[in-house]
Design a protein around this ligand. Structure first.
Ligand code: QZP
Length: 726
């Protein structure tokens, strides 16, 4: 085809008419099949409904701006129904600054502090609702849950909260034309808006809430007092109807695809993906507008400057050009790349709120509900932007037993005993609450504990893998603790029951090792102690070197001295007389050929040992390490490094000006990715060796320190090479 401008395809279609909104699927197919860009003459606007064009327009914020409004109203020509949002309806540089504030207060680490409270609320709510087996899931669950957790999290007063949903109804309708649906929503506009605006003031918000955290950014000078108020307004506009409808549609999808519920119950680790797929499949936010900032050609059609462009997110999310079997809901599908949250710089900054609420609710629901089905037709409430379920009648059957241990990938563990092992080190014996056998683990494995305060912490198992009756862990009380080790030391007593992950292992013994050298630094003894017991049972040759500040700082000293393998253990102390410090160089030179080295401890300890071994020519395959402790290493940003993909053995160079994702994709290795700014966690990838330079706002400090995963969309490497679980 010659490369000439094509005449635009015109459609006489009203995407805001009741018939279209009641059944958008027919209209979406028509729009997609009509062409990559269509002219919607009724409104004098352009429309895009295919994934490729929608996604490209969302990423090109310089050509398709938001500052002239994300609705049909062009702020350059007409009055907005309220002062524009300073994040949604703004472009850089204003947007960059305001987004930074919300990104911080809505980041996953910030929200995880709310998780435990949410989990309790979900349990309570579901116990109330499931007293009946037939109910309206919109009112009882999809609305009730966010209404119980979100306004509290923001810090709103209890009075007047009934204004929140009418306000959302107004705002989402106001992105469309001034039709009858809009007029109905605006009936009580001044009263409702008045209440909302009053809640945005600093004085209306309780201490410690997300609202107060936004005002703290005003105190820090990042935004003005007025801007803080407008950002609180953004939370109140966008934070409730969206998550409510996300939940409602997710429940609807499971009722329509009952086999998917079954799959989720068998493997709850799919919940995260199920959330993503529910957003793709249902697209609560159906459409959004941009405005062209210049004349721009899109797939052969020239759009002039200053025109409104309607992006059909929901149509793109079911575009058969992008998705196979797009109208099926499948919790195993890779849904990353959907545009249900938008894409690019404006991608939903509150997505972690939605994700957390949905994950918490689904996690509680799979334990309690075995099957559910529609108990009548769902009722829609037509809205110009948000696909809104007003009623979802469900009938459920309850699970007689909670989801089983093998299916749920989580464990209940009872603290059988605790013991002070050394200065600041306490060990805990964790057992099955029913006195049964625990799942097997191999030496080097760790478990993740959900602490009562809501924090999650990973601990290596230091007991003998042969002993299936207990997992023993040992915890160092860290002075810079963010709460985990303090809670373990001060609160965790015999008799307490915790949930934990199944054992996972990123630090396993190499099966082929002829001789093993185990080097422990401080609390790094834990996985190595387990390894020593395992190697002893296998009659394998090994030596264990245990470095600590002093004998008082070392755990398990007496046990190790009376162990059957005591002759293979050497203690090294850095403080005090005697000078029994570890001499790495002579140790490594005396090692038999083909020795494998296992190192665990603080970063500096590991790096010194690994570097010394490398310097003596030890190949990577004989070097194994796991990082403990909390130091922040030297920040050597934006240098080149390389990644090794463990499954294929391929090594890919990452130049200093390219992300890992970009470099992998340029080498034909696609990794699912979404926000490309370290917010969403979609691209989270396991790291088997090397130390990532974390640049995301997804991982908690604790998760970063483990260095066993990173976000390749924005994070880099502190070591010359990262070995990835790809
Ligand atoms: C609404 C605001 C689906 C979103 C576009 C919802 C939304 C986001 C932000 C705001 C309003 O900033 O007021």
């Amino acid at each position: 085809m010659p490369d000439v401008a094509q005449r635009p395809i015109q459609l006489d279609l009203d995407p805001f008419a009741p018939a279209f909104l009641a059944d958008p699927f027919t209209g979406h197919k028509l729009l997609r099949d009509a062409g990559p860009v269509v002219r919607l003459e009724r409104y004098g606007i352009w429309g895009m409904a295919r994934h490729a064009e929608v996604s490209a327009a969302l990423q090109d914020w310089e050509s398709f701006c938001s500052g002239r409004g994300a609705g049909l109203t062009d702020f350059a020509k007409e009055h907005a129904w309220r002062p524009p949002s300073i994040i949604l309806e703004a472009d850089p540089p204003l947007h960059t600054r305001t987004r930074g504030v919300l990104a911080k207060v809505l980041s996953r680490p910030a929200l995880l502090l709310l998780r435990e409270k949410m989990e309790r609320q979900a349990e309570l709510l579901l116990d109330e609702v499931l007293a009946a087996t037939r109910f309206d899931a919109v009112a009882r669950i999809a609305q009730a849950f966010p209404l119980r957790v979100f306004p509290d999290a923001v810090g709103l007063t209890p009075e007047g909260r009934e204004n929140l949903l009418p306000y959302g109804d107004m705002a989402f309708n106001a992105f469309g034309p001034r039709n009858a649906i809009f007029e109905r929503a605006m009936a009580r506009a001044s009263e409702v808006s008045g209440w909302i605006m009053a809640q945005c003031h600093r004085s209306a918000l309780s201490d410690g809430g997300i609202g107060a955290q936004i005002y703290a950014e005003a105190d820090a000078g990042v935004i003005s007092e007025d801007e803080a108020g407008l950002l609180v307004r953004s939370l109140l506009t966008a934070g409730l109807d969206t998550t409510i409808q996300g939940l409602a549609h997710a429940l609807h999808a499971f009722a329509l695809f009952p086999a998917e519920w079954h799959i989720l119950r068998q493997d709850p680790t799919l919940i995260r993906n199920a959330f993503e797929e529910a957003i793709r499949y249902s697209s609560p936010v159906q459409t959004f507008f941009r405005t062209t900032t210049r004349e721009i050609e899109v797939s052969g059609v020239t759009l002039p400057e200053g025109d409104k462009v309607l992006l059909f997110l929901a149509a793109a999310n079911r575009d058969p050009r992008r998705w196979s079997d797009p109208d099926s809901f499948s919790v195993r599908r890779t849904a990353a790349g959907h545009v249900g949250f938008g894409y690019g710089i404006h991608q939903c900054v509150g997505q972690m709120v939605a994700r957390l609420e949905t994950e918490v609710l689904l996690s509680a629901l799979i334990k309690k509900v075995k099957t559910f089905e529609l108990d009548g037709s769902p009722v829609l409430r037509l809205n110009n932007t948000l696909r809104t379920l007003e009623q979802l009648p469900l009938r459920v059957t309850l699970a007689r037993h909670v989801v089983g241990r093998t299916a749920s990938a989580s464990l209940q563990l009872r603290v059988a005993s605790r013991k002070q092992e050394a200065l600041d080190i306490c060990s805990f014996d964790l057992v099955d609450p029913d006195a049964g056998l625990l799942p097997e683990f191999a030496a080097g494995a760790h478990i993740e504990l959900n602490l009562p305060c809501g924090l999650r912490r990973q601990y290596s198992i230091c007991s003998d893998p042969f002993d299936r009756h207990r997992y023993r862990i040992a915890v160092l009380r860290e002075t810079a603790s963010r709460g985990g080790s303090r809670e373990m030391h001060e609160k965790l007593e015999a008799g307490h029951v915790l949930t934990a992950s199944l054992p996972r292992n990123h630090f396993a013994l190499a099966p082929e090792a002829g001789y093993s050298m185990l080097l422990a630094g401080g609390i790094g003894i834990t996985p190595l102690y387990s390894m020593a017991q395992s190697l002893w049972r296998q009659n394998a040759a090994f030596e264990l070197h245990y470095c600590a500040k002093s004998a008082e700082h070392a755990a398990f000293v007496h046990e190790l001295e009376s162990a059957p393998f005591a002759s293979r253990v050497r203690h090294h102390y850095s403080r005090g007389e005697g000078g029994r410090r570890l001499d790495l160089v002579s140790l490594l030179s005396a090692a038999p050929a083909e020795t494998h080295l296992y190192v665990c401890g603080p970063r500096g300890f590991i790096e010194a040992a690994i570097e010394a071994a490398r310097a003596r020519g030890w190949p990577t395959r004989r070097l194994h390490s796991e990082l403990f402790g909390a130091e922040v290493a030297h920040f050597d940003s934006d240098s080149a490094f390389e990644v090794e993909l463990v499954r294929s053995g391929r090594v890919v160079a990452i130049p200093k000006d390219r992300t890992v994702i970009e470099s992998l994709s340029a080498n034909g290795i696609p990794v699912p990715v979404s926000c490309e700014q370290g917010v969403c966690g979609t691209c989270l990838t396991g790291v088997l060796q090397g130390i990532p330079d974390h640049r995301d706002s997804y991982l908690t400090d604790d998760e970063r320190q483990r260095n066993d995963q990173f976000t390749p969309c924005c994070s880099r490497s502190k070591t010359r090479r990262l070995v990835l679980d790809l």
